[in-house]
Design a protein around this ligand. Structure first.
Ligand code: SF4
Ligand code: SF3
Length: 542
């Protein structure tokens, strides 16, 4: 039995990835990730038996273990095995404290070797979730929603923010996935995942804005300076903070890459004069950009693409990210900071980055900043200067079909504002789209989790315009997805009652025709179509 993975948008059509992932994940890595998910379900079954709330320790461990399995986060077999062992050890502690022996298959796995885990993988892959393909599809939707959720709760936890209710939901939902459930029960669980997703994004928003201030309108340089630099990618703001502190006064500049771009919008990071700009585009072009960057690269989370020799010895992972052969920067000790000195020392002997472009990107339109401009925005809607908002948040990816998003952005009529978040923005954030009365036509709220900001803005507009239904606003949703965080964001939008979302570049491979039909019927989800036809429909409110 080979690997079986269908969790992302680039999954092989018709079968999922069964030999080697399009992402570069090989069979043993995929199988160990399945075992890790299964072990995490075992932990949830043990935690479910406890009375009282789920401990922070267990909640955070669940977040970490699921996060490891998010697309393009961790390709390192040994790191995944270590996480399986850690998860099983805590499960065993819980069961011992309850004097409980579990009948979950993973009950006796504790002393297993990597080979043992691999031998068990076939029985715990995604296909084992249910023999019925529609039920399996619904379970997959829940599981992938939980994986994305886990990334967000892990980021919040890193900043000291936890939510008992979210952790209790992990336990309930993961335990439920091991049971036989009806389609109705699973549909309920899907919607509940969306509700918890809203909570998790709100929690992370609170963690980020309380720690680093509210994002402000910011112009970010895409050029390069004369000093050597360190490039930081992924989503972890605390790693960035510690890196900025440790590079201050060293003559080494810090640049953001991909989803770290929005860090420039936070007030707390503006004081660092060596935090100079953003280098490159979305994650999938890193195999070219990392080569010309010339200095060390730190991947704090996804998305990692197969690492080329040209920069392998300059690339580091940390947190839940991992890649075989790369040096991993260890977790911080309680109350301490991570030690990035190896990157700083390496940078000092590196050439400055080679210039790829020399422009600017404007962003920082998270909810607080947009609400500060609310009078202006509302007046522009009332005067007809703004005719429609189009939410184009989500992920970017490799497929040429994503040119659709560039073409839509370029062809949208002048009275439209694009609301974005996530790396989807790289398809159009360097186009000259102008402004409407001083309001830029692309408002970037931040990382994918900052899609929460877009929901807050929509809800505020609904209140200002005294509407009963969010769908009566002049807003269309034209979302791009790739990995499981986008699944989480999608479920959050559905929970908030958003209807008629266009989803592309393709609908998820893990949705069976029957499950897709339910989403179409209940929520009006539709695949993207031709650029002009979609624009015409969106402008007409369809
Ligand atoms: Fe394939 Fe995506 Fe799974 Fe990678 S994460 S193996 S590309 S489905
Ligand atoms: Fe991008 Fe990987 Fe999803 Fe945070 S960096 S949005 S794909």
């Amino acid at each position: 039995m080979g690997m079986s993975c269908n969790q992302c948008q680039e999954s092989i059509h018709g079968t999922g990835c069964t030999v080697r992932g399009v992402c570069g994940k090989d069979e043993p890595t995929a199988q160990l990730q399945d075992v890790l998910v299964y072990a995490t379900e075992g932990l949830a079954l043990a935690a479910e038996k406890l009375t009282g709330s789920v401990s922070v320790h267990v909640g955070q461990l669940i977040s970490e273990s699921l996060f490891v399995t998010v697309t393009n986060t961790n390709f390192d077999e040994d790191a995944i095995v270590a996480q399986i062992r850690k998860t099983l050890a805590v499960r065993d502690e819980l069961n011992a404290s309850l004097d409980h022996s579990s009948d979950h298959d993973a009950a006796h796995w504790s002393g297993s070797s990597k080979e043992d885990f691999l031998a068990k993988a076939a029985s715990v892959s995604i296909t084992s979730l249910s023999e019925n393909e529609d039920l399996r599809s619904l379970k997959s939707l829940v599981l992938y929603g939980l994986k994305g959720l886990a990334a967000y709760t892990d980021h919040a936890a890193v900043l000291g923010y936890h939510d008992d209710e979210i952790y209790a939901f992990y336990v309930k939902a993961l335990a439920a996935l091991t049971n036989v459930l009806s389609a109705d029960e699973l549909t309920g669980l899907v919607l509940e995942t969306g509700g918890v997703a809203v909570k998790a994004m709100a929690l992370l928003d609170k963690a980020n804005t309380t720690t680093y201030g509210h994002p402000e309108i910011t112009t970010v340089s895409t050029g390069v300076g004369k000093n050597p630099g360190i490039l930081i990618s992924g989503h972890d703001l605390r790693d960035l903070e510690e890196l900025l502190k440790q590079t201050e006064g060293t003559g080494v500049d810090v640049y953001t890459h991909c989803e770290m771009l929005p860090a420039h919008y936070y007030p707390a990071f503006k004081k660092y004069s060596h935090f100079v700009g953003n280098y490159g585009g979305a994650w999938w072009s890193q195999d070219k950009e990392f080569d010309t960057f010339n200095g060390p690269i730190l991947m704090t989370t996804n998305c990692i693409v197969p690492v080329r020799e040209a920069y392998r010895n300059r690339m580091f992972t940390t947190g839940m990210a991992g890649y075989p052969g790369l040096k991993h920067i260890a977790a911080r000790a309680e109350g301490g900071a991570k030690d990035f000195s190896v990157l700083v020392e390496m940078a000092k002997s590196c050439q400055p980055p080679k210039e790829l472009e020399n422009g600017t990107i404007v962003g920082g339109f998270a909810h607080n900043q947009v609400l500060a401009l609310a009078d202006k925005v509302v007046a522009a809607v009332k005067s007809g200067a703004i005719k429609r908002f189009v939410v184009m948040a989500g992920c970017d990816g490799r497929h040429a079909s994503r040119q659709y998003y560039t073409d839509v952005a370029a062809a949208l009529p002048e009275g439209t504002i694009i609301l974005t978040a996530g790396c989807a923005k790289y398809r159009y954030n360097k186009l000259e789209l102008g402004d409407i009365g001083g309001i830029p036509r692309v408002l970037d709220a931040g990382q994918c989790n900052d899609s929460y900001s877009l929901a807050v803005i929509a809800l505020k507009l609904k209140e200002v315009f005294e509407l009963d239904d969010i769908n009566d606003l002049p807003i269309s949703f034209d979302i791009a997805w790739y990995e499981q965080k986008a699944v989480t964001v999608l479920l959050a939008l559905l929970f908030l009652g958003v209807k008629g979302i266009r989803l592309g570049p393709t609908l998820p491979e893990f949705l069976t025709p029957n499950v897709a039909a339910v989403l179409v019927e209940k929520f009006g989800i539709k695949p993207i179509g031709a650029v002009n036809a979609d624009i015409e429909a969106m402008m007409a409110g369809a």
